[in-house]
Ligand binder design. Structure first.
Ligand code: EPS
Length: 362
């Protein structure tokens, strides 16, 4: 299976399956001499981990990261950084019943059609377990962006089903286990999720993300647009069904006079562009919004087929997320961090460190 590598100058190759012995990644192109804080990686992994609340999968992975190479005396050496995490709590027997069956809404069918076989244990490579390594690599990218450019990346849960949370976001509170912008509606969301879990169903979600402090000028024209690569990065996350940059699909109903971000007193007066113009960062906050589908592994029976074409009723047992969008928040942040760091290196490679034009707009 190819296409397991992300990025151009900063590359991350992930490997492993949900129920294999280990998952891991190799990060290549990371600049040398950067201090690596294993605890900071662990903190990010903990934010994404299963079993942090009753509202996410109850699989309890230790997610202890092992730094295998590329770091010497606490600093990156410029050589490939390999990270490994052991899978400690896979329960493959949960999948025995559906090993020949197609879960409606899952990649079971398409993996069979593409490869002729599939590792049915926990979804194998198609499992969201793979996103662990994105978050580990993203933790390094976040730290590098913060140390070198003071860039801050914040994601939050903006919507779950019909519950919309975005309006209250002040930009500060982001530490509750459900990644709500404000704790004021935590109880309401918990009640909603409790009822959902009891019903056996799942629900979709929207995750918003913002990067502040990104200098103007990052990105590429035409085929390497920053917004295109952010969209691709987000679409590569399991269960993503849509990505918006800035005003996104709301742009459809806007007039040009409303959408354009006018410049007065040396500053942009709005940010419908989401911080990207012509595929290149403008220096405004980069904003994106990602839609996650409801997960497809449900204990509620559904009509389907097995691999021999027989009609079956599929019931998925095991430990699943009723709303995968919750744990997607740190993954979205990680993918934005990796995309931005890749572009930082690409920009430096072609244009150097210094701004090439004196005009500056806040
Ligand atoms: C997942 C199914 C569940 C989740 C898993 C993602 O695990 P299992 O494969 O054991 O059924 O717990 O998430 C993780 C293990 C993780 O670390 O994110 C799926 O179908 O995507």
């Amino acid at each position: 299976m190819s296409h397991n590598r992300f990025g151009k100058l900063l590359t991350v190759t992930t490997f492993g399956e949900s129920h294999g012995s280990e998952i891991g990644c190799v990060i290549d192109g990371f600049p040398p001499g950067f201090p690596v804080d294993r605890e900071a990686i662990m903190a990010e992994l903990h934010r994404r981990a299963t079993g942090r609340s009753r509202h996410t999968s109850q699989r309890r992975e230790a997610d202890e990261v092992r730094i295998v190479s590329g770091v010497f005396e606490g600093k990156t050496t410029g050589t490939p950084i390999a990270l490994l995490i052991e899978n400690t709590d896979a329960r493959s027997r949960d999948y025995a019943k559906i090993k020949d069956q197609v879960r409606p809404g899952h990649a079971d069918y398409t993996y069979w059609k593409k490869y002729g076989l599939r590792d049915y244990r926990g979804g194998g490579r198609s499992s969201a377990r793979e996103t662990t390594m994105r978050v580990a690599a993203g933790a390094l990218a976040k730290a590098w962006l913060a140390a070198n450019f003071d860039i801050c990346i914040t994601g939050w849960l903006a919507q779950v089903g019909e519950l919309v949370f975005d309006q209250e976001f002040s930009g500060e509170v982001n530490n509750n286990a459900l990644f709500l912008p404000s704790e004021d509606r935590l109880a309401e969301l918990e009640r909603y999720l409790d009822a959902l879990r009891k019903s056996g169903d799942s629900v979709g979600a929207r995750v918003n993300v913002r990067a502040s402090g990104v200098p103007a000028g990052w990105g590429e024209p035409v085929y390497g647009k920053l917004d295109a690569e952010i969209a691709a990065a987000m679409m590569s996350i399991n269960a993503t069904k849509g990505v918006e940059i800035g005003a996104g699909f709301a742009s459809v109903a806007q007039k040009g006079t409303q959408h354009r971000d006018v410049i007065e007193n040396g500053a942009f007066q709005s940010n419908h562009a989401g911080g990207i113009l012509g595929g290149i960062s403008s220096g405004q906050d980069i904003t994106a919004s990602v839609a996650f589908k409801p997960t497809s592994s449900l204990r509620l029976p559904a009509p389907s087929v097995d691999q021999f074409g027989n009609a079956v009723e599929v019931v998925t047992t095991g430990r699943h997320d009723p709303c995968v969008g919750i744990r997607a928040v740190p993954i979205v942040e990680a993918m934005l961090a990796l995309t931005l760091m890749d572009h930082a290196l690409r920009h430096r490679g072609q244009c150097g460190e210094q701004p090439l034009h004196p005009l500056h707009i806040d």
